[in-house]
Design a protein around this ligand. Sequence first.
Ligand code: ATP
Length: 651
Amino acid sequence: NPASSKYHPVRDACWRAGQAVPYLALARTLELIEATSARLKIVDILSNYLRSVIALTPEDLLPSVYLCLNRLAPAYESLELGIAETYLMKAIGQCTGRTLAQLRGQRADLGAAAQAARLQQRTMFPPPPLTLRKVFAALKEIAHMTGHASVSKKINKIQSLYVACRHSEAKFLIRSLEGKLRIGLAEQSVLQALAAAATRTPPGPAGVTQLDAARGLSAEQFKARVDEAALVLKTTYCECPDLGQLVPALLAHGLAALPAHCRLAPGLPLKPMLAHPTKQLSHIFDRFESEQFTCEWKYDGERAQIHVPGAAELPDYARAAVFSRNQENNTSKYPDILRRLPALLKPSVWSCVLDCEAVAFDTDTKQILPFQVLSTRKRKDASEADIKVQVCVFVFDLLFLNGQSLVHQPLQQRRDALREHFNQVEGQWQFATSRDCSSIEEVQQFMDEAVRGSCEGLMVKALRGPHSRYDIARRSHNWLKLKKDYLDGVGDTVDAVVIGAYHGRGKRAAHFGGFLLACRDAAADEFQSLCKLGTGFSDEQLRSLTARLQQHVIPAPRPYYRFDESHVPDVWVSAALVWELRAADLSLSPAHRAARGLVAPDKGISLRFPRFVRERDDKTPEQATSAQQVAQMYLAQDQVRNSAAPLHDSD
Ligand code: ATP
């Protein structure tokens, strides 16, 4: 039982050294985690399981970590599970004799239904028990199957796994296939557990030397060691977000040596640095009191992280890639950017990673065009001959140059290197327009110029000193975003997840006319209703959004949706689409569940007068605005800051 505080990684494991880890060992661990709500305890349970894997079967550590994250490969490979519910029901139904109607009734937790059905079944000749590596390999195989004929192959494969399931294995197998484990295990907790496991049961080149390196340490000393190890692991993972490199290096060289073996390199997309919103010019001066900062135009396009690998001191343009804000590979979307790369790099450059914004551009008038124009470009496999919308790439940061990571250097140095080693080409490659302002009036004037130049506003960044390093994967106070529209309003738009829809009335009766949107509470792993939305759409938009949403309709709300009876929509949809919304302000709401308890004990927060701005298909529902951010945005409003009385919703 990995929940025991006296856990022994060898004696308490349910398999022996050198044996393949039974899938049941992981399923039991996930079951314990599901029944636990305290994060520290969750990390403890997982770390005990991982200690056993390190001590007994280290080659199963990588698939173990991947399965805990419900991933099969690095995020940027886009190898995803998420088999349609109907296929899973068909697979389970055929194996257990349940009808589709019976299974449909239990759809809210198909994993639990699959487990119950499996346990009631007697098998004359039970197949051999599942091993973790076999399940992992099979899931990978299923994810790789494509095309129409693949459906029956997938179902066969799923069935062969399912009939071999024991105890809770079926539940987690089916949930893995659904694409969501639903046990509230976030990536950061998995990394923390791995760091704790490797601290207590350190892997070493000559096998594991110590099963419990914490013996003799006080609780504080042990905690300090784990925190230090977790920092090394998380920082290395930021620079090298590939567990396929990280886990083997951890096993071969130990945790402390990770930074020397896993480094930032072109080809591996980084999670980008993100900004905090601000809505008053004076906040910039509060934040950067005595530090130097710089302002850049904030372009309204699509983030593009451009990677050029190199070998023998020559850039290898054939392997160059463009990644999205979400680490998706957008290379086939931008053949035009790829072709123009040689003009950007001066002869002194043989490898680099650039952080940029790709913006729709009118090459005749030399004008920046709105984001909406960019969004009409083909998303994949574009051929240059068919491209109608031209883009200009505005480069604002240089993260890697000629074999060296620059992320720890101050922005001033990164910017100098950018200007020294790269060319600007009008209408194709431009450096983000910047100015180092020293007064509010100067910032205001630069903001006005940015807006006249068709930009959204400004990005304000620390320029020199330790705060001006590039914080990979962080939403940092060292970058502030200042959008013109929100100087007097909420400060930023909200990216919310659609969880339901209402039928339209009158001339809009043919499609949906309103929607229920939610924010995400990562800690509780739930989607909490944030507002009803019915404005901001053109008829054409409503038609196409309705068509997209129809594919996600589900018969009942997911168990992790939080909403009030008064908002029950006409149809529920699975959390798949993220929409950007603008609002007049945020107010406390007795009915909406967003951030409930964070600001007021029995009230949530809702958006007043929300309007649809755009679809955010570069964000997953997990990356939508969080309940904590909603609470921060509520509290940052002037009306709230300046008065003791909270803002209340009228409903
Ligand atoms: P979030 O809402 O999570 O902060 P977002 O992608 O919605 O992320 P925005 O509010 O649009 O972010 O603001 C940050 C984005 O602005 C960056 O991700 C980048 O794509 C874009 N951007 C445009 N110009 C710049 C610039 N000069 N420096 C940094 N980012 C810029």
